[in-house]
Ligand binder design. Structure first.
Ligand code: NAP
Ligand code: 8YV
Length: 321
């Protein structure tokens, strides 16, 4: 039921209860009504003043066009590559996200994937469960991660948290990005290909979207080489998935650890059939602690907006200059 004194907010993702409950206390919440009941949505659309969703949520221009009273888009996630930010800005609608509160969690999973793929931990688990240890003896030897060379594609908030952890493993660290960062001591390479040719593990942690689309292509994978591992905790769009599958099948690279995919939640059968990959279902930030912190920040942005206070964490394009 709608309460006239509460602003109306449309959700564009399946949000967790610990976010939905406080949302319902403060707002009239229309849960994905544009998808579940377009007719009912059309009736309430003029009253909707906020949109909230997750890092993978679509907020296209066409949706905003239907919401004349829209005042804010609050994303519970740091990535917002499917939000049409220029269209929001054109309507003077700020977009907010949840940076920093998930750095540790995503970095932890990146290191977990590196260890998993190099030391074959999931394969080893399957080996023991299948009774092969007693039947076939020890597994083939794995690859050492400590002391290896790490390349980070996108040395931002999360990239730096990954580097900090890798230092603890005695790894050497190098990075690429659109430009060299002042005050960063790690060697800089001008492209992902140049970086890939110098490292054992290439970790991708850039934003998604059109500027990074298929940045990790066949040439980058060839440069990484048959002893190299690719880890993607960014967005599936950043990697050319067909080229990656081919590289894994042909031994062009040694293996991959993937948390994100081009067409989530669908993962190509060809990837699922390979034994030199470790696959996780876009879960890098998915712990109780971190998702709660993300929900709290997404809610805080909505509350600040409707109280006329400064937003907690607008996306860079929407920050006052
Ligand atoms: P951030 O602090 O903005 O860092 C992004 C980094 O990417 C920056 O160092 C930036 O460096 C680099 N970059 C941006 N555009 C680039 C381009 N075209 N080519 C090369 N490098 C580029 O963001 P963050 O908080 O670390 O988050 C990064 C991304 O991780 C998010 O946008 C999201 O997509 C992803 N993520 C995934 C999960 C998950 O569950 N798997 C969870 C959280 C975040 P320059 O500016 O120097 O180019
Ligand atoms: C989550 C993410 O999958 O923050 C991001 O960009 O991809 C992840 O943390 C998502 O945002 C949860 O809503």
């Amino acid at each position: 039921m709608s309460a006239p004194d509460r602003p109306a907010v449309l959700t564009v993702a399946n949000l967790p209860p610990f976010y939905l409950e406080p949302l319902r206390r403060h707002f009239t919440v229309y849960e994905r009504l544009h998808e579940t009941d377009p007719q009912a949505f059309a009736k309430v659309a003029p009253t909707i003043r906020g949109i909230t969703g997750g890092g993978e949520s679509q907020v296209p221009r066409e949706l905003m066009d239907k919401l004349p009273a829209l005042g804010i888009v609050s994303i519970m996630g740091v990535g917002y590559d499917k939000v049409d930010v220029p269209a929001a800005i054109a309507r003077k609608v700020p977009v907010t996200h949840t940076p920093d509160v998930l750095n540790d969690e995503v970095a932890d999973l990146a290191l977990g994937l590196m260890l998993s793929v190099a030391r074959k931990i999931p394969q080893a688990d399957r080996y023991v469960r299948a009774g092969h240890w007693a039947g076939k003896g020890n597994m083939p030897l794995a690859r050492k991660m400590s002391g290896a060379r790490l390349g980070i594609v996108g040395l931002g908030r999360i990239g730096k948290a990954i580097a900090k952890r890798a230092e603890g493993f005695g790894m050497s660290i190098a990075y690429t990005g659109r430009s060299q960062q002042a005050g960063v001591g790690y060697p800089y390479h001008p492209s992902a290909k140049a970086l890939a040719s110098e490292v054992d593990f290439l970790v991708v942690i850039t934003p998604g979207g059109e500027f990074t689309r298929r940045m990790i292509d066949r040439e980058v994978l060839q440069a990484l080489g048959p002893r190299g591992y690719l880890i993607n905790v960014a967005r599936g769009t950043v990697v050319d998935e067909a080229a990656l599958i081919e590289a894994l099948q042909q031994g062009t690279i040694a293996g991959a650890g993937l948390d994100v995919f081009e067409d989530e939640p669908r993962v190509p059968q060809a990837l699922r059939d390979l034994d030199n990959v470790v696959l996780t279902p876009h879960m890098a930030s998915a712990t109780h602690e971190t998702r709660q912190a993300m929900a709290d920040l997404a809610l805080a942005n909505l509350l600040a907006h409707f109280a006329g206070e400064p937003l907690k964490s607008p996306v860079p394009e929407c920050r006052a200059r």
